[in-house]
Ligand binder design. Structure first.
Ligand SMILES: [Fe+2]
Ligand SMILES: [Fe+2]
Length: 266
């Protein structure tokens, strides 16, 4: 028997499987792999079919007539999320200033999260330009405030900086979830304009959602998941050992909630 085959037939604890048992195990793992592959193919076929059906339904039509509150909500989403991601950038900048010289091992951790915030911010900047949504009037305040929060928590301790991330991401994760809920529930009834019928307005009874809205939802979902990863990273880096953890996190959560409320309006 070749050494390779001998090796394959060794169990995780170095036990030697009898050849019958070994071939049964091989068959089972092949079956599992085949089932997994066919399930994946099934899912992608289903997705492709749904996409083709939607394209056929929308052929020659375009989405029109958001009502006033739907349009207001979309503008608010873009304005507040752009301001929030700008704030997140400045928080990490402040933390980098305060922490990296003293704790060089935290540089890659903070850098990774900061880079994701830059990506989030750039995405909302582009959406803001495309949809002509004005930025928050308080942008200079968000910059100074966020940099201050990042620097002060970093100066208190590395654990306090991580507790700050826990607080911010808890609020932001919830905020993105609320936006997703509204976008999923309230945007399936936008009318369509039938270009082939001279631009006649038709009611969207199928609950179809425009590609633009689908992309916005996908963006928010992606960012929400990354914010929750930041939260996990902060917990892994001893956020809960910050003193006083409860005070730091509750104060920062309150600041975030007030900032969100204000940035939506101003
Ligand atoms: Fe972000
Ligand atoms: Fe984040």
């Amino acid at each position: 028997m070749s050494s390779l085959l001998r090796c394959n037939r060794l169990g995780s604890k170095g036990r030697f499987f009898p050849s019958k048992q070994f071939s049964t195990l091989t068959k089972i793992s092949q079956q599992v792999a085949q089932e997994k592959e066919s399930k994946l193919t099934e899912v992608s076929q289903r997705e492709a079919k749904a996409k083709a059906e939607k394209e056929a339904l929308l052929k020659g039509k375009k989405f029109v007539n958001f009502n006033g509150s739907q349009q207001d909500f979309l503008n608010k989403v873009i304005r507040v999320d752009q301001a929030g991601e700008l704030g997140a950038n400045y928080i990490y900048q402040g933390q980098m200033f305060a922490l990296v010289a003293k704790y060089p091992h935290l540089r890659p951790v903070l850098k990774h999260m900061w880079e994701q915030e830059v990506y989030h911010h750039n995405t909302f900047n582009a959406l803001q330009v495309r949809h002509r949504v004005r930025p928050s009037l308080l942008t200079p305040i968000w910059k100074v405030g966020a940099m201050g929060i990042g620097f002060v928590t970093g100066a208190i301790s590395k654990e306090a900086a991580m507790a700050c991330t826990v607080a911010v991401e808890t609020v932001i994760g919830g905020h993105y979830n609320e936006q997703l809920r509204t976008l999923m529930n309230d945007y399936g009834n936008i009318d369509l304009k039938d270009m082939a019928a001279g631009g006649a307005i038709i009611e969207n009874q199928g609950g179809l959602v425009s590609d633009e809205l689908e992309r916005l939802k996908a963006t928010i979902k992606e960012f929400r998941d990354q914010e929750l990863e930041h939260l996990d990273t902060a917990i892994e880096h001893d956020a809960e050992s910050a003193v006083p953890y409860k005070v730091i996190t509750e104060v920062i959560k309150a600041i975030c909630r007030v900032s969100i409320w204000t940035a939506e309006k101003l």
